[in-house]
Write a new protein. Structure first.
Length: 268
């Protein structure tokens, strides 16, 4: 299949539900991954068939993976982009109409909850597989509309997602990242945020809510915990500083003293 297949139709004609277009896109062979900055007059539904990505909407980021049906509201600024490590592919519908938002809301989708995982994913996949060969043919809009109604029908049953809040999952992943990389002197909290496709402000907010401390404080504490262990094992102050991500020994000693109330030399 081509990397991009799409079909578009004339502008909305006042119907209760109107298909503006549909298509398929694969990012596996693309070498540049630029997050689109979207603000469209129509609603969009995407169905991810492989890979991973992230949708950022209303100040929140939502991970996307195989089986996700994600919603892009009309006239709303948002971004969505693929993972570099596991590029996604998806099908989509663009649609408008007086009942468009109501139909979307009936699935449990909204600006605050834009991602669901329908139980009937195989049926949804078949809808698109049957529709895509018609993308370049004329007079297919009625078929496309029928397919969209079928999508709404099959997407009503959704999988129960993990009980954990998404913010808790992000914080867990941030902690994993810090634990794995705290010895790297170049590690910065903005790197951790970028790794999770989050803004540093949002990561800091949810990290504080979940742990009671900030990401930078956690990083320092993790380094100090390791430093104390190494010093007690007999490592020199300079070797300990290096293993804990400090290139400036004075900065290390100052941080250690502030954290423990005594200089690192006292721990030897």
């Amino acid at each position: 299949m081509d990397d991009l297949i799409s079909s578009t139709y004339p502008l909305y004609n006042g119907d209760d539900l109107y298909v503006d277009g549909f298509g398929y896109q694969c990012f596996e062979r693309k070498r540049i991954f630029l997050p689109p900055r979207i603000c469209m007059y129509y609603h969009m539904l995407h169905f991810v068939i492989k890979g991973k990505g992230v949708l950022t909407l209303n100040g929140k980021s939502f991970p996307l993976s195989k089986g996700a049906l994600f919603y892009c509201p009309s006239n709303t600024k948002l971004t969505y982009h693929t993972s570099l490590d596991d590029p996604y592919s998806y099908y989509w519908f663009n649609f408008t109409g007086k009942d468009a938002e109501k139909k979307v809301n009936s699935l449990g989708l909204s600006i605050d909850n834009p991602v669901i995982y329908p139980q009937n994913s195989q049926n949804i996949l078949e809808i698109f597989r049957k529709l895509m060969p018609l993308a370049k043919l004329p007079d297919t809009q009625d078929v496309a509309l029928g397919s969209l109604y079928s999508l709404f029908y099959y997407a009503k049953d959704t999988k129960n997602l993990p009980n954990k809040k998404q913010s808790s999952i992000y914080v867990e992943k941030a902690i994993e990242n810090i634990n794995a990389n705290f010895s790297n002197p170049d590690l910065k909290i903005n790197h951790v945020a970028e790794h999770l496709h989050l803004s540093i402000e949002y990561l800091s907010k949810i990290f504080k809510e979940e742990t009671g401390t900030t990401p930078i404080s956690f990083l320092i504490s993790r380094r100090m915990e390791e430093a104390n262990k190494l010093l007690k094992q007999g490592f020199t102050v300079s070797a300990t500083a290096e293993k804990c991500g400090y290139v400036d020994m004075c900065n290390f000693s100052k941080t250690y003293s502030k954290h423990f109330g005594y200089p690192p030399s006292k721990a030897l």
